[in-house]
Design a protein around this ligand. Sequence first.
Ligand code: RB5
Length: 146
Amino acid sequence: MIALGSDHAGFPLKEAIKKYLESENIEYIDCGAYNTDSCDYPIQAEKTCLKVVGGECDKAVLCCGTGIGISMAANKVKGIRAACCSDYFSAKYTRMHNNANVLCLGARVIGEGAAIELVKVFLNTEFEGGRHQRRVDQLTELENRQ
Ligand code: RB5
């Protein structure tokens, strides 16, 4: 199960991602926004990320204008490793090396076609573990020290 979230700027891209997930029969929960009325990305990020840390969803995809604000907010939620990506390599390696559980996309930065390719590779790439597990554990320790 995938959690989806956006602010108003990311709403059109979120809708495009929904269409892609539906075409692949991938289940999702849409945590809003539900239209282009102005709303705040920290609130939207929290709502969506709680689905992941609560165990209802395995991963999330978040969209805002740049992808940056919503990724900053997502990374404030304990247990979230969010990556703001606009290229294929980063979307793949943040799964392989960082075990990222949230992909953040900038609706004003990349086109829908590129965004869907990033979603695909993000959802289909496994964490490599090994030496990367130690570093991901260090991220958790760092979080727990704050
Ligand atoms: C909204 O105008 C915009 O600031 C927001 O979507 C995002 O780009 C923030 O990082």
